[in-house]
Each structure stands twice: as C-alpha cells, then as structure tokens.
Design a protein. Structure first.
Length: 532
C-alpha cells in the first residue's frame, strides 16, 4: 500500500511539471500517512510564479508552502498568507531556467485535511496586490519603495506631487529606521510587482468608501520578523495606500496638501513597522497613538498630531483606549510622549517589544513593570500632565482638558449632571474656587474604586498631591487649585466601559496638609474654563 501511495505522489508531481505553465489547480490531502506532497513547475528566467493553497471549510489543515530553486535551495516559504487565514501563499521571480519544486506540508502534526493548490505563471503583473486603479498602472522605484500610480481617471497623480510622495516616504524610512532605530518592516518578497521593495499605492483614498488619508494593510504573514531580535508570532508584511492629491480636506492653519501628506507618510509607515511586531494587536489605540506620536517626533513643522488632541481632551472621563469615538485614540498620543519623558527615547519601542507576546493593557503592564511602575500610576500621571499641558507641542494643542465642575466652598460636590461618572483609567477635573485655606477632601459613593488628586498651580510650577481616598490640602500658595478624580481600574475589554459615580465631601480643616507628590512644568498651562 505504501508503494501505491508513493507512486501516486510521484505521478502527481510529474503531472504538475507538464501543466503548471498555464496556471493549474491541484487537489491533495495532508495527514499522518502523507505529511507532505511535492509538485514541480518549469520556469524561464524572469517568469513570475504565484502559488497558493486554500482549504475547504471542512478541513482543519494549516498548510505550509515552500518553493525551491533548481539547485534545491529554498526561495520562499510561508505558513499563513495573511493574518485572517491558515492558507498559504508564496511568490517569486525565477532567476534561472529550470524545474522548481513546490512542497505542501502542515504547520504541526495536529492538523490534517484537504487542500487546493493553485500555481500561476506570468509576468510581474501577476504579483501585484489587488488594489483597483482607475487607469493603467505604472510603477516607479526609489531606494526602499515601489510606487504604483496612474496618470488617468480619478486616481491620477501629478508628477510633482508623486515626487513629493516619494521623498516623504524615503524621509520616513530615514528618520524612523536609520535615525530612530526602529526595525525594518517585514519583506513581502516580490509581491507587489516583482521587486523586494515596500509597495505604496497612490490612489484616491479620500474619495473612496474608506475616506482616509492613508491605509496600511497587512499582507503575507511572516510570523517571526527577521529584522528584529525578538521572536514574533504574528508579524506580517504590508502595503500602503495613500491619497493621490489630498484634495477636499479641511486643512488647519499652516497646512496644505504637501504638509499633510508628509505627516501621513510618517504615520502610515509606522503602522508598517508595527505590523512587524504584531499585525493582530486588538487594541487599536496602541497603533494609532504610536503612529500619531511618531508624527510629532519625525514630521517637524509638518506634524498633524496636535490637531487630534482636542477631542481626547474633551472626553477625559471616558475609558482610556475607548472605541466609543475612534478619533480619541489618535489624540492620546501624548501618553507616548509621557513614556519617553519618564523612561527614555526607546520607551515606545520597548513597549512594542512587549506587544509581541502580550495583548493590550497586558503588554503595557509588562513593559511598565520593567521600569518599576504600573498602569494606574502612569495613567494618573498622564491625566495630570494633560491638565498641566506639560508637553513640548502644547502651544499647538488649542485645547485644555474638560472642566467638569467648580467647587465654590465646603459641602458635597460631584460631576455635572450630564455624565454618569468616571470610566476605567478616566478622570474628572474640578476647579477648587473656595476661599484660600486648608481643606479636607473625602471621596464617597464610589464603592471605594476611585482616587482623588489635588493640583496646585503656582507662578513657577504645578504641584500634584496624591490623596488616595482623601486628604488635607492647603490652597494658600496657589493661583489655581484643581481636584482630579481618577479611576484606576481597567481591563482589556475597552469596548465595554462602565462609569463610577462619586461624591466629594469638602470641609474646613486644621489637619496636616499632604506633601507634594510631583512637580510639573507650568510653562504651557492654561486655566480651565467651563465649556459648552
């Protein structure tokens, strides 16, 4: 019986040698008795070949594809074609005439089932990504990128703007990889048109259903990114789509199509770098806050990051990382600046190294433990830093954090009536406008879940006081005093956030005032005002 199986495999391999040239489909099965199957395809130098396995819904097989050159050396191997499948895909451009071997096997011995093998041979256009263009696609290469574009239809790009896009992406590579030391994105091999360059498609993204300035899409899971010392499980190659003209956009003062395009290139290219760590990270705020922060670091005067801060400052009571308003996650980029201020220039990169093995807040928690702190402590610092506006780019923020209420004297106080309280890792800010003096502050009605901080704004600094459940403050030395009610609880489900209600009991006191916990720079502080 074993001889019959061996003959059948050999015959199938011979059959593929004869017919694969026209683009052939084969069917096979991988199990314990047949752990791998070999096929052959004859190629001429310069031929492009695209090889794909697909499995039916009833199959439990996790395929692995490998392509060998005529000398038996591995050209390409792939486990999962993208982050959403266990099917496989390899592509190559033949470097010489000859017979190339294709091997289909499985990821481990626990999977088996039927599969379909598709072998297509053609020119380099066979390897292009499925990005529709309104006119004939053309390509132009720079040192690190291949740009795909057209000169007709809705996706037309004018030569000067295309040249500006090319310069913007090469600058993004230079700053983010060469200067700042982030790892190169995983290679997609020859996918995208036959060269091992990062593919950028210049199309009418703004006019598409996505209505974005740029889109970065994972394509071709590599599992472990060879460009990093870490061992990744969910790294992926990717490609970028960027708008062809940046028209029909509401620019902020000082912006134009070129400046916004430059910051978009930096933003999207950093998504490509992130996918080299983990293309399946479920907490989108980690990706968007990091890429927007990178704009603030790498784009200089062209940065577009500060325009996002206002929305995040408007809703500090919402849980950190919230999906309730997707624009907020872009505006949380100052948290990444806080990490670099506290722990050094490599802090955000070190966070992404934790994302390789952990998800969402678990990754953040593991990173913060390496530097001797934890999530609630750093988020409380972030909420205080936001009130102080203690950031280099704060003059560009055009916003202060939302003032929830004003405390005018002793008594019972809370948030305003139009919200329910404070969500996970969120904060309320209340102005303390009572007469100068010593006061006792006590939290109640919150099931012991919240914490209160006092912030005193002097002429040359801002002092913060960690009061816990309550404490004594002396407001005499400060121009302005604020209370911040903070929720230190959190979990990884940022789509399901709940508010915690509270009361603040304010009384005159003769007790010993709390000691200053931290002092902040008040250079860019602006007094909070009730907003409508």
């Amino acid at each position: 019986m074993r001889k019959l199986c061996l003959i059948a495999v050999l015959l199938l391999a011979l059959f593929s040698t004869v017919l694969a040239q026209d683009g052939q489909v084969y069917h096979g099965k991988i199990d314990d008795s047949t752990p791998s199957q070999d096929y052959s395809v004859t190629l001429k130098s310069g031929d492009a070949v695209l090889i794909t396995t697909t499995t039916p819904d009833t199959s439990k097989l996790d395929t692995v594809l490998t392509l060998y050159d005529p000398e038996g050396k591995v050209i390409s191997t792939n486990d999962d074609a993208n982050v959403d499948t266990q099917d496989s895909q390899v592509a190559a451009v033949a470097a010489e005439d000859g017979t190339y071997k294709i091997t289909v096997t499985r990821y481990d011995n626990s999977t088996d089932g039927d599969y379909q093998l598709d072998v297509k041979v053609g020119d380099e256009s066979l390897l292009a990504y499925d990005v529709h263009m309104s006119g004939k696609e053309q390509t132009q290469d720079t040192e690190h990128f291949r740009f795909h574009y057209t000169v007709t239809g809705a996706d037309v790009v004018k030569p000067p703007f295309l040249a500006a896009i090319e310069r913007a992406f090469e600058n993004a590579w230079h700053v983010e990889i060469d200067k700042l030391g982030w790892p190169k994105p995983p290679s997609d091999g020859v996918m995208g048109g036959g060269k091992d360059l990062y593919d950028v498609y210049v199309i009418d993204v703004v006019g598409s259903p996505d209505e974005a300035l740029g889109i970065t899409s994972p394509e071709g899971e590599v599992a472990d990114n060879p460009n990093t010392p870490e061992v990744e499980q969910w790294a992926a190659a990717s490609y970028i789509e960027i708008d062809n003209d940046f028209h029909n956009i509401d620019f902020l003062p000082g912006q134009d199509a070129v400046t916004v395009m430059r910051s978009t290139a930096i933003h999207e290219f950093h998504h490509a770098i992130q996918m080299g760590y983990d293309a399946q990270e479920s907490h989108s705020w980690l990706a968007e806050a990091t890429s927007t922060w990178m704009e603030s670091v790498a784009a200089g005067k062209d940065q577009d990051a500060t325009g996002y801060v206002e929305t995040a400052y408007q809703y500090p009571e919402l849980c950190f990382g919230t999906t309730q308003d997707s624009s907020i996650m872009y505006g949380e980029w100052p948290f990444m600046e806080l990490l670099t201020d506290d722990f050094g220039a490599d802090a955000v990169m070190n966070l992404w190294k934790q994302i390789v093995n952990y998800e969402g807040f678990d990754a953040l928690d593991h990173y913060l433990k390496t530097v001797g702190t934890d999530v609630p402590h750093e988020l409380a610092r972030y909420r205080i830093k936001n009130l102080a506006r203690d950031y280099k780019l704060a003059p560009e923020f055009k916003a202060t954090v939302w003032l929830e209420n004003t405390i005018s004297g002793p008594g019972e106080w809370s948030h305003s009536s139009n919200i329910d309280g404070v969500q996970e890792l969120g904060a309320n800010y209340l102005a303390f406008a009572a007469a100068k003096g010593v006061y006792d502050i006590e939290l109640s009605g919150d099931e012991n879940k919240l914490e209160v901080f006092a912030l005193g704004v002097a002429k040359d600094r801002i002092d913060s006081f960690a009061l816990g459940r309550g404490g004594v403050i002396d407001t005499s030395a400060y121009q302005y005093t604020y209370l911040m009610v903070f929720n230190p609880t959190y979990d990884n489900d940022i789509s399901d956030c709940s508010s915690v209600d509270y009361k603040l009991e304010i009384t005159r006191s003769r007790g010993m005032p709390a000691a200053v916990d931290t002092t902040w720079n008040r250079q860019y502080f602006e007094p909070l005002k009730i907003q409508k």
